[in-house]
Design a protein around this ligand. Structure first.
Ligand SMILES: O=P(O)(O)O[C@H]1O[C@H](CO)[C@@H](O)[C@H]1O
Ligand SMILES: O=c1cc[nH]c(=O)[nH]1
Length: 237
């Protein structure tokens, strides 16, 4: 079987799939962290892999950038490939002086400027929230391992370059830690298919200081976030 955007066979994906935006980050995770990783899909170079981490099978696939792309891959994985759990391991920009490059954030919910969720939900406001059991699992692992993670809201935007900085005080007041471009749609697509989703982000852009990671670091860095997510998903391994 295949879908318009995935050419894997049924059974090639495991129930749990890491879901970075960058397909080359997916390749990096597979090659650096998964034993026996095999590429299971490559349509449009949106690479997906399955391998073993500490003896447990796990998949990783790119989502692309932005909510429309993320929603296409999430839908096909959940609807056709029997994936049950999507964990976004993404990058983000922050405007909070307590956070800096490479810090790790867990987004328990996402506000958005996108109309995607209203289109999904009959024009009404949808609460884009992480799966509570998966969130608890990650928080428990953070406590147990002493991992430093910030827990908060994220703002998923359609507009990487055009954000209005005048909104930052409002966002701060409401607990928004930073920006990504996918979490809000990922959470509604997961809800639609009764699946679990969580977003973990590593800071790539400090919007206050203007410091930012290189393209190479966004592709092949983020070890703290990647190892945190893999270990939180395999706590007994
Ligand atoms: O690094 P990824 O996971 O792609 O996430 C962030 O990076 C991209 C923008 O550079 C957007 O997709 C944004 O959400
Ligand atoms: O959405 C994003 C991702 C990374 N950095 C940003 O500033 N925004």
């Amino acid at each position: 079987m295949s879908t318009p955007h995935i050419n894997a066979k049924l059974g090639d994906f495991t129930e749990t799939c890491l879901f970075p935006g960058d397909p080359l980050r997916a390749k990096f995770i597979a090659e650096q962290y998964l034993e026996g990783a095999e590429c299971v899909t490559n349509v449009r170079n949106m690479l997906g892999y399955t391998g073993n981490y500490k003896g447990q099978r796990i998949s990783v696939m790119g989502s692309g950038m932005g909510m429309p792309s993320c929603a296409i891959y999430a839908t096909e994985l959940l609807q056709h490939y029997q994936v049950k759990r999507l964990v976004r391991v993404g990058s983000c920009g922050v405007f909070d002086e307590r956070l800096d490059l490479n810090d790790v954030i867990i987004a328990h919910a996402a506000a958005t400027d996108s109309s995607f969720n209203r289109q999904q939900f009959a024009g009404l406001d949808f609460p884009a929230v992480a799966d509570p059991r998966l969130l608890q699992q990650f928080l428990n692992y953070a406590d147990k391992s002493g991992s430093s993670v910030a827990l908060g809201l994220i703002f998923s935007t359609d507009n990487f370059y055009g954000g209005d900085t005048a909104l930052w005080p409002l966002f701060r007041k409401f607990g928004v830690l930073g920006f990504d471009m996918e979490a809000a749609a990922l959470y509604s697509v997961a809800a639609q298919f009764n699946a679990q989703a969580l977003t973990v982000l590593s800071v790539s852009d400090n919007l206050l200081s203007g410091t930012k990671l290189s393209a190479a670091d966004r592709q092949s860095g983020f070890a703290t976030m990647i190892e945190f997510a893999l270990n939180a998903l395999t706590p007994s391994a």
